[in-house]
Design a protein around this ligand. Structure first.
Ligand SMILES: *Cc1c(COP(=O)(O)O)cnc(C)c1O
Length: 456
């Protein structure tokens, strides 16, 4: 295959599609720390978790030993509607940069939610339906997760209640309408529909809202209504497991053409697309079969890996969720209204945090304006208008490719292009008008929030 020109887009055939998710924890010698009950400080049991989450998802959350977990037939059928996602060779971007590097991206924006989030939404809705639930509650930041979940719930005829971070609710009315079109009900958060929302509003009446706060509201709504459970679009190990479909497809496609990436890059909000993309490659690294460089890219405005601490923290502002050991800026950290709404989370997946802490991967933070510069350059040559979140990965992929141009190295770079930016035109407008600003929290800002973390 080596002399053959690699196709612009590599699609797997139906018979090559993954039948299993890959559980990277099975190959980790040191596992991520367990979730703790905030009341007792003891590891959360399945029974405790079952009051908030669906039973089968709790099993997946706690499963550290099975390397492969079968993707149920019904979910594979749904995946077929929009998967495989293409693995694209960015020939035009390479040419534009004049780099000897080979750049590939795995494009997850080919569905109405416009992101990878549907991969986990459909799995979570499936297990909720199988358990006989009436519906689910959730939070959404930029709106991609809420949209994905609305689509999944309408497919399985489940009720879907979405708490949407207030700033996004106002900035993205069309996102909201897509969700409502799929039958979801959408509430701006913080709201007066929950106790925790009312408390936060009383303390911070002008708040823009945050993911952590919307999570608290959604959890409360689930646990106070019969037949409802809470579902989460990132951070949890079960979500990363579902997102491994991205990595398994990418690796299968690359293996088919004898391509081996040197560097794998993903944007990191809660860590699910990055974790899912790198999982099977990380598995090889953990088993000593191959080596790769992995780079997590986060916004300088919300830098949990690069400036946070690795400690037990609350996953939500309202402190109702289990404690998770992760890289965090503190659950009371209120990020500036960065336009990459999907990356405005104070914490990080426990799996990604542990891999990073073991030195198995790197992290960098980038500023908003340079991210939009990269996004625009990419859009002009590759034809896809990228989501601001995804553009964090584009920026670092371009940086690495330009480094190859200096050194003459022909490295192969793979990055995750998580979605499209059609609902982010307000942010693009600010960039085009030259009025986009970069906000970087001071050490003082971060310390203030870290000081309020739980003392264990
Ligand atoms: C939600 C989202 C992200 C970030 O979430 P992760 O869990 O870190 O993957 C990235 N890109 C897009 C397009 C998103 O919607």
């Amino acid at each position: 295959m080596s002399n053959e020109k690699i196709p612009y887009k590599i699609y797997l055939e139906e018979k090559e599609m993954p039948v299993n998710w890959y559980n990277v924890r099975a190959d980790m010698k040191k596992k991520p720390a367990p979730l703790l009950n905030p009341g007792t400080g003891q590891p959360m049991t399945a029974e405790e978790l079952n009051t908030v989450f669906c039973e089968e998802l709790v099993k997946q959350e706690l499963n550290e030993t099975d390397r492969y977990i079968e993707i149920p037939e019904e979910i594979r059928e749904f995946y077929k509607m929009y998967r495989p996602s293409p693995l694209v060779r960015a020939y035009c971007l390479e040419k534009k940069l004049g780099t000897p590097a080979k750049i590939y991206y795995k494009f997850e924006g080919n569905n109405t939610s416009g992101s990878h989030k549907l991969n986990s939404a459909i799995a979570q809705a499936y297990y909720a339906k199988k358990q006989g639930l009436k519906g689910v509650t959730t939070e959404t930041g930029a709106g991609q997760w809420g949209t994905a979940l609305s689509m999944a719930c309408s497919y399985f005829d489940l009720d879907c209640n979405v708490y949407m971070v207030k700033v996004s609710y106002e900035q993205k009315p069309f996102r909201r309408e897509v969700m409502r079109t799929y039958g979801a009900s959408v509430t701006p958060s913080p709201s007066d529909t929950t106790e925790v929302g009312r408390k936060i509003l009383a303390e911070f009446p002008d708040t823009n809202g945050s993911l952590g706060c919307a999570i608290s509201e959604a959890v409360e709504a689930a646990t106070t209504h019969e037949g409802y459970r809470y579902v989460l679009g990132s951070v949890l190990s079960q979500v990363l497991l579902h997102q491994s479909v991205i990595g398994v497809e990418a690796k299968t496609a690359m293996d088919k053409y004898g391509i081996k990436p040197d560097i794998i890059i993903g944007c990191a909000g809660g860590g699910s697309n990055l974790g899912g993309l790198i999982s099977p490659f990380m598995g090889e690294k953990l088993r000593g079969e191959a080596d790769y460089r992995f780079i997590a890219v986060e916004p300088a405005s919300c830098p949990s890996l690069t400036r946070g601490v690795y400690a037990y923290d609350f996953c939500d502002t309202g402190k109702v969720c289990p404690l998770q050991k992760m890289y965090t800026l503190g659950s009371s950290f209120m990020p500036s209204p960065n336009h990459a709404g999907g990356l405005r989370y104070h914490g990080m997946s426990g799996i990604v945090s542990e891999l990073y802490d073991q030195g198995l991967m790197e992290a960098v933070s980038v500023e908003q304006t340079e991210v939009f510069e990269a996004a625009t350059a990419f859009a002009r040559v590759e034809g896809i208008l990228p989501a601001p979140e995804s553009s964090h990965a584009i920026k670092v992929a371009m940086d690495e490719a330009l480094r190859c141009k200096e050194t003459g190295e022909e490295k192969t770079i793979l990055f995750g292009l998580t979605g499209t930016g059609y609902f982010d035109m307000y942010a693009y407008q600010k960039y085009n008008d030259g009025v986009m600003t970069d906000y970087i929290p001071t050490d003082e800002d971060i310390k203030k929030s870290l000081d309020q973390m739980p003392k264990l």
